[in-house]
Design a protein around this ligand. Sequence first.
Ligand code: AMP
Length: 291
Amino acid sequence: MSVQVIHTIAEFRDWREANRGALAFVPTMGALHEGHASLVREARRLADREKGTVASSIFVNPTQFGPSEDFTKYPRTLESDLAMLEAAGCDVAFVPTAEEMYGTKNINAATQSMLATVDPGPLADILEGAIRPGHFRGVCTVVLKLLNIVTPTKLVMGQKDYQQNAVLRKMIADLNVATEHVMCPTLREADGLAMSSRNRYLTAEERPRAVGIFEALTWASRAFAKGERSGKILSDGMKQRIETRGLNVQYAVAADTSTLETFSSVENECVFLIAAKLGATRLIDNMLTGQ
Ligand code: AMP
């Protein structure tokens, strides 16, 4: 069976009306890779347990990109994305235009300021939110819109974007959204680099050095397992390992797994969170203690 492609909200609502019951949903920005495919396979597995269906969306959401970010050059590979969704077991792909989602072709600062949006709260002001102001407002708003259109019983997301999971989990709980949030593991390349649509921006010279982030995370995870509990030592150790590979660190911290507050002294568990720039490419990754 081939994946059905739907471009409008009205048609998606008709599809959902005809396909009631359990629905596992994987939102994406396209440029799909094996990491995305693993989420769709997990969604398929979860849906099959309840004789349900699997939906994915492909939408490069303009409102979550800052003015100097890569919105216009973000890779768009629709044909291969649809083939990948189909192979991974997706039933329906929602592929709206910006005009369909926001009622205007020209979604600029002025039109954005007219929108009702989700205020994601203080979890969205730290780490990624501090570096990318407004990013999580854009993410929460578009995800809530998608949830209102798709009405999934499960929302399946990747650990790769750890803070995004934390922010959306909080939004779903605080706003009583009737969907269950599921976080799936990060898929990695053979050397440990987390798969990402943005990896294709890396030059041949940069690509091997990108592993510095994974090296820093595995070092921190091992140091923690051996008993290191100082947030500063863990953070400094990660930074040093990333810098050795010539990346510019934006943050490298040991943080609480729910509030993402940075620890001065870690207790039982934490999440190691890293953002770094390699040339023009910005990379993020994370690892939980015990991983
Ligand atoms: P994106 O298309 O980058 O917005 O990502 C769509 C979904 O795929 C998000 O839930 C991401 O966390 C997830 N994702 C991205 N990279 C990976 C990966 N390497 N492994 C697992 N999930 C991923």
